[in-house]
Design a protein around this ligand. Sequence first.
Ligand code: 5GP
Ligand code: MG
Ligand code: MG
Length: 180
Amino acid sequence: MNDDIQTILYSEQKIQAACQRLGQQLTQDYQGKKPLVICVLKGAVPFTADLIKQMDLYMDIDFIDVSSYHGGTQSSGDIQMVKDIDEDVSRRDVLLIDDIVDTGHTLAYLKELLKQRGAASVRVCMLMDKPEARQVKGMQADYVGFNVPNEFLVGYGLDYQGKYRNLPYVGILKPEIYQD
Ligand code: 5GP
Ligand code: MG
Ligand code: MG
């Protein structure tokens, strides 16, 4: 699996440092609160697991799954709910954690859903932001690990056809991998 990677962009060490920095900031910002942390499946699983260990707070954790990709490397604006959360979000301080904000369609859908359900506050923490790919104007995360170039990335949660999520770093695939 590691042989399929052309370049490592964010090493395990860099990612852990980002988790520590973000975790400290979140600990400060949510002081005295008990946020409802919502992890967006499946891409945000490794990031959520590492980030919450750096947050010195009481919290609830839940999981949501939405889909916008259709197997390839292109996003579509048509978002579908695959698995909903179990928790009631009304009057909760919600912290949404995801892997990457790309076109912004997924984030726009999730923010709207949580606001409609009466969350007291909604903040977003993204491991990565790909600003050049944005299609939904003004769609921003409140906390970002890395601003990334407009390329298709894999690893640390991000997949290509279901694979590479378990890489401990984020990288770019060799071009020949797409040709299979
Ligand atoms: P959106 O385009 O809606 O902002 O991004 C939605 C989802 O597309 C992300 O949560 C992520 O799962 C996937 N995605 C966006 N950019 C990339 C990328 O560079 N690589 C991979 N593997 N997935 C991506
Ligand atoms: Mg995703
Ligand atoms: Mg994917």
